[in-house]
Design a protein around this ligand. Structure first.
Ligand code: AMP
Ligand code: ZN
Length: 116
């Protein structure tokens, strides 16, 4: 499946729901989170609908993984020189609420460990 018509992120990528894009290429997009958990909070995701991080296991296009992380790393660098946090919530116990794989990149405040 390359797109899911019921998926909010697929709708954003298709232009059916507005969002603030901070990166867009043929394979990867990044948008600002509508409910930011830090002064800077972006979501980096593949254009292709891949439900969860766990679905990357055995994925036929491993270069897409590299592209998602490359954009996330680039945005981490741009958002703050003082550090950042990248998070991938996976599945119900992982706290995932949108089943379209995305990397949260948060910056602009001191992060704490362990996460909630
Ligand atoms: P997760 O809980 O890890 O699946 O993350 C989903 C994220 O998507 C949350 O941080 C939400 O605030 C964010 N989100 C949900 N709907 C939108 C939207 N329309 N535009 C931007 N971010 C959204
Ligand atoms: Zn999707």
């Amino acid at each position: 499946m390359t797109s899911d018509s019921t998926c909010i992120f697929c709708k954003i990528i298709a232009g059916d729901i507005p969002a603030n894009f901070v990166h867009r290429d043929e394979d990867v997009v990044a948008i600002t989170d509508v409910n930011p958990q830090a002064p800077q909070h972006v979501l980096v995701m593949p254009v292709r609908h891949i439900p969860t991080f766990a679905d990357f296991v055995g994925f036929e296009k491993p270069e897409l993984i590299t592209k998602v992380f490359s954009v996330a790393g680039q945005l981490s660098r741009e958002l703050s020189a003082n550090g950042s946090r990248a998070v991938i919530n996976t599945g119900p116990e992982g706290g995932q609420t949108v089943d379209h794989l995305h990397v949260h990149v948060l910056a602009g405040r001191q992060m704490h460990w362990p996460p909630g």
